[in-house]
Ligand binder design. Sequence first.
Ligand SMILES: *Cc1c(COP(=O)(O)O)cnc(C)c1O
Length: 219
Amino acid sequence: MIGANIQKIKQQIGSLVKLIVVTKNRPLTDLQQTYDAGHKIFGENRVQEMVEKQSKLPADIEWHLIGHLQTNKVKYIAPFVYMIHSVDSLKLLETINKEALKNNRIINCLLQVYIAKEESKFGLTYDEIRELLDNVAITNLNNICICGLMGMATNTSDTAIVQAEFITLKNYFNQIKLQYFKNNNRFTELSMGMSGDYMLAVNCGSTMVRIGSLIFNNS
Ligand SMILES: *Cc1c(COP(=O)(O)O)cnc(C)c1O
């Protein structure tokens, strides 16, 4: 069923949107089944769990960290992580850059934006993102690529609220791209949409959806 679930979602989102299969809390057998079904893009929200699973699975999996990241844990994922969706400070970006350099790699990063109407410790406001990108220190970070933004909508069944938040995030993305990334084509990704709201997100301009329960809970 895992393979069929993935195929169905891929058809819905279309070939221009990337599906990140969120494998947090799932046993290795589920990840292996996902891989065997031909899908190699996985998302985890905890460093230790990602490192453990990565060491036991094929090397050609693209690993995305989607949960909050502490600076002292960056070193564990720097050798292999493909993209970090949850960057929320300059200090964290500097640490990722340092560890990427040690590993002779470039690590893709998304800035996490706070859009939800609920208490959340993580994510930056629009002004904080601009402040971060205005900081001259950022120009020296040659081993990271700031590829776009990530956000999580309010956990509510009121689609009007969720849609308004996605539209806000898309507008932030457009403005940031115009102001800071006009002359390069690296700032292209907008990571938004989960099991309950991914089509809404895609219709609002998402380029990456992060889906877990919809794929595994009925498999
Ligand atoms: C768990 C998680 C997801 C996936 O959520 P589902 O509702 O299971 O699809 C997406 N993004 C983040 C940041 C998560 O922690």
